[in-house]
Ligand binder design. Sequence first.
Ligand code: 6CS
Ligand code: FE
Length: 302
Amino acid sequence: MLNSKDLYPTRTEEPVGMIPRLDPVIHSDEHGHWSGPLTDEELRGFERDGYLFFDGLFPPEEVEAFREELRRLEADPDLNDWDGMIREPESNEVRSVFGIHRADISDRFNRLARDPRLLDRVRQLLASEVYIHQSRINYKPGFRGTGFNWHSDFETWHAEDGMPRMRAVSCSIILTDNHALNGPLMLIPGSHKHFVSCVGATPEDNYRRSLKVQEFGVPDEDAIRTLARERGIDAATGPAGSLLIFECNTLHASNANMSPDPRSNVFFVYNSVRNRPQQPYGAPGVRPAFLGEREDFTPLER
Ligand code: 6CS
Ligand code: FE
Protein backbone atom coordinates (compact mmCIF):
# COMPACT_ATOMS: atom_id res chain seq x y z
CA MET A 1 0.00 0.00 0.00
CA LEU A 2 1.45 3.35 -1.05
CA ASN A 3 1.29 6.06 1.59
CA SER A 4 -0.44 9.34 0.83
CA LYS A 5 1.98 12.29 0.56
CA ASP A 6 3.88 12.92 3.81
CA LEU A 7 2.71 16.39 4.84
CA TYR A 8 4.51 16.19 8.18
CA PRO A 9 8.06 14.89 7.67
CA THR A 10 9.78 13.94 10.94
CA ARG A 11 12.44 11.59 12.40
CA THR A 12 14.73 12.93 9.64
CA GLU A 13 18.54 13.04 9.70
CA GLU A 14 18.53 16.76 8.83
CA PRO A 15 16.38 19.26 10.81
CA VAL A 16 13.09 20.30 9.17
CA GLY A 17 12.06 22.68 11.98
CA MET A 18 8.53 23.88 12.68
CA ILE A 19 5.98 23.73 9.84
CA PRO A 20 2.43 25.12 9.86
CA ARG A 21 -0.43 22.76 10.61
CA LEU A 22 -2.20 21.85 7.35
CA ASP A 23 -5.31 20.29 8.90
CA PRO A 24 -8.34 22.01 10.44
CA VAL A 25 -8.70 21.83 14.23
CA ILE A 26 -12.51 21.69 14.22
CA HIS A 27 -13.27 19.40 11.28
CA SER A 28 -16.16 19.37 8.82
CA ASP A 29 -17.23 16.91 6.14
CA GLU A 30 -19.24 17.22 2.90
CA HIS A 31 -22.29 18.08 5.05
CA GLY A 32 -20.45 20.78 7.03
CA HIS A 33 -19.70 20.83 10.77
CA TRP A 34 -21.34 18.23 13.00
CA SER A 35 -23.58 19.30 15.86
CA GLY A 36 -23.02 18.12 19.43
CA PRO A 37 -22.90 19.20 23.09
CA LEU A 38 -19.94 21.58 22.71
CA THR A 39 -21.00 25.23 22.85
CA ASP A 40 -19.66 27.86 20.43
CA GLU A 41 -17.48 29.17 23.25
CA GLU A 42 -16.05 25.68 23.89
CA LEU A 43 -15.42 25.19 20.17
CA ARG A 44 -13.60 28.53 20.02
CA GLY A 45 -11.53 27.52 23.06
CA PHE A 46 -10.53 24.19 21.50
CA GLU A 47 -9.63 25.92 18.22
CA ARG A 48 -7.49 28.50 20.10
CA ASP A 49 -5.87 26.32 22.79
CA GLY A 50 -5.90 22.76 21.43
CA TYR A 51 -7.62 21.36 24.53
CA LEU A 52 -10.73 21.64 26.73
CA PHE A 53 -11.13 20.79 30.43
CA PHE A 54 -14.47 19.79 31.98
CA ASP A 55 -14.22 20.00 35.77
CA GLY A 56 -15.92 17.09 37.58
CA LEU A 57 -17.88 15.83 34.55
CA PHE A 58 -18.20 12.28 35.96
CA PRO A 59 -19.87 11.96 39.41
CA PRO A 60 -17.94 10.46 42.39
CA GLU A 61 -19.76 7.11 42.41
CA GLU A 62 -18.81 6.50 38.75
CA VAL A 63 -15.22 7.54 39.39
CA GLU A 64 -14.97 5.16 42.36
CA ALA A 65 -16.07 2.30 40.07
CA PHE A 66 -13.38 3.34 37.55
CA ARG A 67 -10.75 3.34 40.32
CA GLU A 68 -11.82 -0.16 41.38
CA GLU A 69 -11.29 -1.29 37.76
CA LEU A 70 -7.93 0.47 37.70
CA ARG A 71 -6.80 -1.50 40.77
CA ARG A 72 -8.18 -4.77 39.34
CA LEU A 73 -6.22 -4.34 36.10
CA GLU A 74 -3.04 -3.39 37.94
CA ALA A 75 -3.25 -6.61 39.97
CA ASP A 76 -4.55 -8.87 37.17
CA PRO A 77 -2.06 -11.79 36.90
CA ASP A 78 -3.21 -12.45 33.31
CA LEU A 79 -1.80 -9.03 32.30
CA ASN A 80 1.50 -9.49 34.09
CA ASP A 81 3.51 -10.75 31.14
CA TRP A 82 1.60 -8.84 28.50
CA ASP A 83 3.51 -6.39 26.24
CA GLY A 84 0.82 -3.78 26.94
CA MET A 85 1.72 -3.71 30.65
CA ILE A 86 4.51 -1.13 30.94
CA ARG A 87 6.49 -0.81 34.17
CA GLU A 88 8.41 2.21 35.49
CA PRO A 89 12.07 2.28 34.37
CA GLU A 90 13.56 2.49 37.88
CA SER A 91 11.02 0.58 39.96
CA ASN A 92 8.75 -2.32 39.11
CA GLU A 93 5.64 -0.24 39.59
CA VAL A 94 3.05 -0.24 36.82
CA ARG A 95 3.49 2.84 34.58
CA SER A 96 0.81 2.17 31.95
CA VAL A 97 -1.64 -0.52 30.84
CA PHE A 98 -2.64 -0.31 27.17
CA GLY A 99 -5.65 -1.76 25.34
CA ILE A 100 -8.06 -1.21 28.24
CA HIS A 101 -10.93 -0.32 25.86
CA ARG A 102 -10.98 -3.94 24.63
CA ALA A 103 -13.99 -5.90 25.91
CA ASP A 104 -11.74 -8.91 26.62
CA ILE A 105 -9.63 -6.74 28.95
CA SER A 106 -12.16 -4.44 30.64
CA ASP A 107 -15.90 -4.40 30.11
CA ARG A 108 -16.19 -1.24 32.20
CA PHE A 109 -13.63 0.75 30.19
CA ASN A 110 -15.03 -0.73 26.97
CA ARG A 111 -18.35 0.85 27.93
CA LEU A 112 -16.71 4.10 29.04
CA ALA A 113 -14.98 4.41 25.63
CA ARG A 114 -18.46 4.49 24.04
CA ASP A 115 -20.02 6.81 26.64
CA PRO A 116 -21.99 9.63 24.92
CA ARG A 117 -20.30 12.19 27.20
CA LEU A 118 -17.11 11.35 25.26
CA LEU A 119 -18.38 10.15 21.87
CA ASP A 120 -20.74 13.07 21.19
CA ARG A 121 -18.01 15.64 21.86
CA VAL A 122 -15.41 13.77 19.84
CA ARG A 123 -17.64 13.25 16.81
CA GLN A 124 -18.51 16.95 16.87
CA LEU A 125 -14.82 17.95 16.84
CA LEU A 126 -13.79 15.45 14.16
CA ALA A 127 -16.99 15.61 12.04
CA SER A 128 -16.70 11.88 11.59
CA GLU A 129 -17.51 8.45 12.91
CA VAL A 130 -14.61 7.33 15.10
CA TYR A 131 -12.82 4.23 16.38
CA ILE A 132 -10.22 3.77 19.12
CA HIS A 133 -6.66 4.11 17.84
CA GLN A 134 -5.17 3.49 21.31
CA SER A 135 -6.26 3.37 24.95
CA ARG A 136 -4.28 3.31 28.16
CA ILE A 137 -4.21 3.97 31.87
CA ASN A 138 -1.24 5.99 33.10
CA TYR A 139 -0.88 5.20 36.79
CA LYS A 140 1.88 7.62 37.86
CA PRO A 141 2.08 6.22 41.43
CA GLY A 142 3.15 8.38 44.35
CA PHE A 143 6.90 8.83 45.03
CA ARG A 144 7.93 6.61 42.08
CA GLY A 145 5.80 7.73 39.11
CA THR A 146 8.22 9.19 36.56
CA GLY A 147 7.34 11.86 34.00
CA PHE A 148 6.80 12.09 30.23
CA ASN A 149 9.05 14.24 28.02
CA TRP A 150 7.57 17.00 25.84
CA HIS A 151 5.97 15.58 22.70
CA SER A 152 3.09 15.71 20.25
CA ASP A 153 1.16 12.44 20.20
CA PHE A 154 0.41 12.96 16.50
CA GLU A 155 4.15 13.15 15.74
CA THR A 156 4.53 9.62 17.15
CA TRP A 157 1.31 8.27 15.62
CA HIS A 158 2.28 9.74 12.21
CA ALA A 159 5.90 8.52 12.31
CA GLU A 160 5.39 5.14 13.98
CA ASP A 161 1.75 4.19 13.30
CA GLY A 162 1.29 5.82 9.87
CA MET A 163 -1.58 8.14 10.90
CA PRO A 164 -1.80 10.42 7.83
CA ARG A 165 -3.58 13.58 9.06
CA MET A 166 -4.36 15.44 12.27
CA ARG A 167 -7.93 14.16 12.72
CA ALA A 168 -7.76 12.52 16.15
CA VAL A 169 -8.27 13.61 19.75
CA SER A 170 -7.48 12.14 23.18
CA CYS A 171 -10.01 12.02 26.01
CA SER A 172 -8.35 11.74 29.41
CA ILE A 173 -10.58 11.06 32.43
CA ILE A 174 -8.94 12.09 35.69
CA LEU A 175 -9.25 9.16 38.12
CA THR A 176 -7.37 10.60 41.11
CA ASP A 177 -7.27 14.33 41.92
CA ASN A 178 -4.67 15.92 39.64
CA HIS A 179 -3.08 18.81 41.55
CA ALA A 180 0.02 20.99 41.18
CA LEU A 181 2.26 18.56 43.10
CA ASN A 182 1.53 15.07 41.73
CA GLY A 183 2.69 15.51 38.13
CA PRO A 184 -0.37 16.81 36.26
CA LEU A 185 -0.38 16.92 32.47
CA MET A 186 1.17 20.20 31.20
CA LEU A 187 0.05 21.54 27.83
CA ILE A 188 1.29 24.40 25.66
CA PRO A 189 -1.87 26.19 24.47
CA GLY A 190 -1.78 26.96 20.74
CA SER A 191 1.07 24.51 20.06
CA HIS A 192 -1.32 22.31 18.03
CA LYS A 193 -1.16 24.92 15.23
CA HIS A 194 2.47 24.02 14.43
CA PHE A 195 4.00 20.68 13.51
CA VAL A 196 7.35 20.45 15.30
CA SER A 197 9.41 18.04 13.21
CA CYS A 198 11.91 15.95 15.20
CA VAL A 199 15.44 14.94 14.23
CA GLY A 200 16.69 11.35 14.59
CA ALA A 201 15.75 8.11 12.84
CA THR A 202 13.40 5.85 14.82
CA PRO A 203 15.19 2.69 16.00
CA GLU A 204 13.74 -0.81 15.51
CA ASP A 205 11.09 -1.67 18.13
CA ASN A 206 11.41 1.85 19.57
CA TYR A 207 8.23 1.36 21.64
CA ARG A 208 10.00 -1.06 23.97
CA ARG A 209 11.95 1.95 25.28
CA SER A 210 9.78 4.95 24.34
CA LEU A 211 6.85 3.94 26.56
CA LYS A 212 9.20 4.13 29.55
CA VAL A 213 11.39 7.07 28.45
CA GLN A 214 10.71 8.84 25.15
CA GLU A 215 13.97 9.77 23.34
CA PHE A 216 12.81 9.97 19.69
CA GLY A 217 10.07 12.37 18.66
CA VAL A 218 11.02 14.82 21.42
CA PRO A 219 11.01 18.34 19.91
CA ASP A 220 14.18 20.46 20.29
CA GLU A 221 14.25 22.83 23.26
CA ASP A 222 14.26 25.98 21.09
CA ALA A 223 10.93 25.01 19.55
CA ILE A 224 9.39 24.25 22.96
CA ARG A 225 10.78 27.50 24.42
CA THR A 226 9.42 29.51 21.47
CA LEU A 227 5.93 28.04 21.75
CA ALA A 228 5.85 28.21 25.56
CA ARG A 229 6.91 31.87 25.43
CA GLU A 230 4.03 32.64 23.04
CA ARG A 231 1.20 31.30 25.18
CA GLY A 232 2.72 29.90 28.39
CA ILE A 233 2.23 26.43 29.86
CA ASP A 234 -1.06 25.26 31.39
CA ALA A 235 -1.50 22.41 33.91
CA ALA A 236 -4.59 20.21 33.63
CA THR A 237 -5.46 20.16 37.35
CA GLY A 238 -8.83 19.24 38.73
CA PRO A 239 -10.82 16.76 40.80
CA ALA A 240 -11.19 13.07 39.95
CA GLY A 241 -13.99 12.74 37.40
CA SER A 242 -12.81 15.69 35.31
CA LEU A 243 -12.38 15.27 31.55
CA LEU A 244 -9.50 16.65 29.46
CA ILE A 245 -9.98 16.55 25.68
CA PHE A 246 -6.76 17.42 23.85
CA GLU A 247 -6.00 17.65 20.16
CA CYS A 248 -3.63 14.99 18.77
CA ASN A 249 -0.94 17.61 18.01
CA THR A 250 -0.99 19.67 21.23
CA LEU A 251 2.46 19.58 22.88
CA HIS A 252 2.28 18.10 26.37
CA ALA A 253 4.51 16.65 29.08
CA SER A 254 4.34 15.83 32.77
CA ASN A 255 6.75 15.87 35.70
CA ALA A 256 7.60 13.01 38.01
CA ASN A 257 5.26 12.51 40.95
CA MET A 258 7.19 13.05 44.20
CA SER A 259 4.00 13.44 46.24
CA PRO A 260 2.35 10.55 48.09
CA ASP A 261 -0.77 10.95 45.89
CA PRO A 262 -1.08 8.86 42.69
CA ARG A 263 -1.94 10.74 39.50
CA SER A 264 -3.90 8.12 37.57
CA ASN A 265 -5.75 8.93 34.35
CA VAL A 266 -7.42 6.81 31.68
CA PHE A 267 -6.95 7.84 28.03
CA PHE A 268 -8.95 6.99 24.92
CA VAL A 269 -7.54 8.08 21.55
CA TYR A 270 -10.33 8.59 19.00
CA ASN A 271 -9.34 8.63 15.34
CA SER A 272 -11.59 9.50 12.40
CA VAL A 273 -12.55 6.45 10.33
CA ARG A 274 -11.42 8.61 7.37
CA ASN A 275 -7.88 8.85 8.76
CA ARG A 276 -6.86 5.20 8.83
CA PRO A 277 -3.19 4.39 9.54
CA GLN A 278 -1.02 3.61 6.55
CA GLN A 279 2.61 2.50 6.61
CA PRO A 280 4.75 4.36 9.20
CA TYR A 281 5.98 7.68 7.82
CA GLY A 282 9.11 7.67 9.96
CA ALA A 283 9.87 4.25 11.42
CA PRO A 284 11.28 0.93 10.18
CA GLY A 285 8.16 -1.09 11.05
CA VAL A 286 4.63 -0.99 12.44
CA ARG A 287 3.93 -1.11 16.18
CA PRO A 288 1.81 -3.77 17.93
CA ALA A 289 -1.99 -3.37 17.75
CA PHE A 290 -2.23 -2.36 21.43
CA LEU A 291 -0.43 0.88 20.46
CA GLY A 292 -2.16 1.57 17.15
CA GLU A 293 -5.26 -0.23 15.81
CA ARG A 294 -4.64 -1.42 12.25
CA GLU A 295 -7.57 -3.72 11.42
CA ASP A 296 -10.90 -2.96 13.08
CA PHE A 297 -12.14 0.52 12.11
CA THR A 298 -15.80 -0.21 12.95
CA PRO A 299 -17.36 3.09 14.05
CA LEU A 300 -17.98 3.20 17.80
CA GLU A 301 -21.66 3.07 18.81
CA ARG A 302 -23.03 4.37 22.12
O1 6CS B 1 3.74 6.25 21.84
C1 6CS B 1 2.58 6.48 22.13
O2 6CS B 1 1.62 6.23 21.38
C2 6CS B 1 2.33 7.00 23.52
N1 6CS B 1 3.35 7.87 23.98
C3 6CS B 1 3.10 9.01 24.63
C4 6CS B 1 4.19 9.65 25.39
N2 6CS B 1 1.92 9.64 24.56
C5 6CS B 1 0.97 9.06 23.62
C6 6CS B 1 0.98 7.59 23.65
O3 6CS B 1 0.47 7.09 24.81
FE1 FE C 1 1.31 11.76 24.95
